[in-house]
Design a protein. Structure first.
Length: 676
């Protein structure tokens, strides 16, 4: 082997939390009695911490165009924000299997096999390997974001098994694909996240200061007021979007930052810029890990260490230096692999080398060579030593590791934040309002002009006309429910990411969504009820007429959300909801009377909100003014609804609205939308 024994990511070369350092830190923190107050409440000067110090424009780091100096050393910390430091992560004998998705039942695929390594504070580690080698799988496991499969082996953070609440709350994870709110500006997006993730007791000024620092550090000041947008309505650029995502991950000063392909889809300049910014965070002690596919030579040089995976097995782990290249060259020597190619930089050559090796089926041989090497034994010994530090963690770190709830703020605070940042924007969005009000306005006006002035004619030949208009009045909100589906289905990736990040509880999210919809429905229903009630000259109480309409819209919202939460995609939701609404129409009592419904279908009419809506409207219209209709029977008797209470029927509709909402909540809580 052409390489000196690698020393692994050097314990001595980093300012890592060695056992001795930790003991010192524990002593000093214990003396301070408890979790560092600055970390929780802001610094002595009342300003919050951010993960790394700000990158000051006046230092020449960020140009007026928002570009960043490529020299990490130039990314000085101002000292305004004390860093919280990083955390050792150790992985020992990690094997991960999933049910095979190739069709055969009972078969499993092993995506990671006996992976061992460690990641230290103040260092940036690259997870490398050809496409499909298991990089994202490993990162997802470290971040606690795997939703399928079985893992064996140990993953420890500062010697402790991390809980999901800890991972959600105190580690930052930047996903490969950006998931941002297109309606917000960059600054609003960061502020929105700060309000949901930073402690509620922290003042708004402190949060604003933290966002300000991040905007500067990530060179986002030039686009702070630009809307994020989406592919159809272009907003910020790809690089700015990536940096905004990194900002979101950094908003709580995480000790660990994980990034999945942070440079994918970026040009080389922007890729260098993004990785330079991330590298600067290690200056404050943050432990950084990134999966990286084909880094530029410059980007590659910024990584302190690397773990190379091939078919889910480690083939190299250690510092990113010439020894690493020598080790890999040694593997390829003697005609057993691609030779070192002049002209390629190290990063390109490594990517080429291992991709070729993967295709040539040399993964197992290289993994065994690594397992038999003394460096692998050294790595294991170091992992064991770091794993022992579990009982030595300083109180502030211990408090983070023991946190019980993933979400930092109470539900009502989360709801207020969602309303402030989302509902207020939606209410100003013509597309959002149009989809919800347009159909009701159109059909309401059509209904009013078609049945104009017939509501006060209690004659035999007019009964069915009036019963029909009341029936249609209940179906408009039910069919209009289709407008509420996309907001839940199309936003699923964002919801999943924000839940993983511990931004809010499911109930908070749902209440926020309901506030959006119910607010608009309240306004629209009052206007349309007045127009239709007086236009058609209906009788009975206007309040009941409106209340039935409003409660049916709310049941429709709940129904749409329940269907949306159960549907895997828009196609299924679009097909399911109208089918369901059509079945409700059949059983509402107007198209076929209750007493004529076959015995085997009767049950369905009882679990049908439209039955209660229409019954309440009929009672409101005809009660007390219901002359004989057929064979000396009144109209209400003919339909089998005489003697019922209209208020009770309105109440039943509300029960359905709450029931649908509950189903949606339950599904959102238990269903795994991301199978990863
Ligand atoms: N259910 C499954 N059954 C069989 N193989 C699976 C299953 N799920 C994932 N895989 C395989 O797991 C491997 C690891 O995937 P992973 O996304 O971690 O790779 P990666 O190294 O991050 O790739 P890339 O660089 O392309 O993102 C892939 O080869 C993939 O095909």
């Amino acid at each position: 082997m052409a390489r000196e024994p690698p020393t692994g990511p050097q314990p001595g070369s980093s300012v890592a939390l060695t056992i001795e350092n930790l003991e010192r830190q524990v002593r000093s923190e214990s003396a301070e009695a408890g979790p560092a107050p600055a970390a929780a409440n802001g610094g002595a000067n009342g300003v919050a911490h951010v993960a790394a110090g700000p990158l000051r424009a006046e230092d020449g780091d960020a140009g007026s165009d928002g570009s960043v100096s490529m020299d990490p050393a130039a990314m000085k910390r101002s000292g305004t924000f004390a860093p919280v430091g990083g955390m050792n992560i150790t992985v020992k004998g990690l094997t991960f299997t999933v049910p095979c998705n190739s069709g055969r039942r009972g078969r499993t695929a092993t995506l990671l096999s006996d992976v061992t390594g460690y990641f230290e504070p103040r260092r940036m580690a690259a997870l490398m390997g050809p496409s499909g080698s298991g990089k994202t799988t490993l990162l997802d496991l470290l971040a606690g974001r795997k939703t399928t499969g079985k893992a064996k082996g140990d993953i420890l953070f500062a010697g402790n098994r991390p809980t999901r609440p800890f991972l959600r709350r105190y580690t930052g994870y930047v996903e490969q694909f950006d998931t941002l709110l297109p309606i917000l500006t960059v600054e609003e997006m960061l502020m929105y996240t700060a309000e949901l993730k930073r402690p509620r007791r922290e003042s708004r000024a402190t949060k604003r200061a933290a966002v300000e620092e991040l905007l500067e550090k990530l060179a986002l000041t030039s686009c702070r007021a630009v809307k994020i947008g989406n592919p159809l309505e272009k907003g910020i650029s790809g690089g700015q979007s990536k940096r905004t995502n990194i900002g979101i991950a950094l908003i709580t000063n995480p000790r660990v930052l994980m990034l999945d392909e942070p440079t994918s889809g970026l040009d080389s300049f922007t890729a260098n810029e993004v990785v330079t910014l991330v590298k600067a965070l290690t200056g404050d002690g943050v432990t950084v890990l990134a999966t990286i596919h084909s880094p530029t030579a410059y980007t590659f040089s910024l990584f302190d260490s690397m773990m190379i995976l091939l078919r889910g097995r480690v083939v190299y782990f250690g510092p990113n230096d010439s020894d690493a290249i020598d080790y890999v060259r040694g593997l390829g020597g003697g005609g057993t692999g691609p030779q070192y190619k002049a002209g390629l930089n190290d990063a390109e050559w490594l990517a080429d080398f291992f991709t070729q090796a993967d295709r040539d089926g040399r993964a197992a041989a290289y993994a065994e060579a690594w397992a038999a090497s003394p460096h692998c034994a050294e790595t294991s010994a170091r992992v064991d030593a770091l794993a022992m530090e579990g009982h030595l963690v300083p109180p502030s770190m211990g408090a983070e590791l023991a946190v019980r709830h993933a979400t930092n703020t109470p539900w009502w605070w989360g709801l207020a934040t969602l309303v402030k940042y989302r509902t207020s924007r939606n209410f100003r969005d013509p597309a959002f309002l149009g989809a919800r009000l347009g159909d009701k306005l159109f059909t309401g006006l059509l209904l009013m002009t078609l049945w104009f002035g017939i509501g006060n004619k209690f004659t035999l030949d007019n009964y069915i006309n009036v019963a029909a208009v009341l029936f249609i009045w209940t179906t408009i909100p039910a069919f209009g429910a289709a407008a509420f589906v996309p907001s839940l289905v199309l936003e699923r990736r964002l919801f999943v990411r924000e839940r993983h990040d511990g931004l809010y509880r499911v109930i908070t999210y749902l209440l926020g969504k309901m506030t959006d919809e119910v607010g608009i429905a309240l306004f629209g229903s009052v206007v349309m009820s007045v127009v239709v009630y007086f236009g058609v000259k209906l009788q009975g109480s206007l309040v009941v007429f409106w209340m039935v309409y409003f409660s049916t819209i709310c049941a429709g919202i709940g129904m749409a959300y329940a269907v949306a939460s159960l549907s895997p995609n828009m196609d299924v939701a679009n097909a399911s909801l109208p089918t369901y609404v059509a079945t409700l129409m059949f059983f509402s009592g107007f198209l076929i009377r209750y007493e004529d419904i076959p015995i085997w279908w009767k049950w369905y009419s009882y679990i049908n909100p439209l039955r209660y809506s229409w019954t309440a409207l009929m009672l409101n219209q005809f009660e007390g003014r219901d002359p004989k209709f057929l064979r000396n029977r009144s109209l209400l008797t003919y339909y089998g609804i005489e003697g019922q209470s209209k208020w009770a029927n309105v109440g039943y509709v509300w029960v359905f609205a709450v029931g649908y909402f509950f189903i949606c909540w339950l599904v959102l809580c238990v269903k795994r939308y991301d199978k990863r």
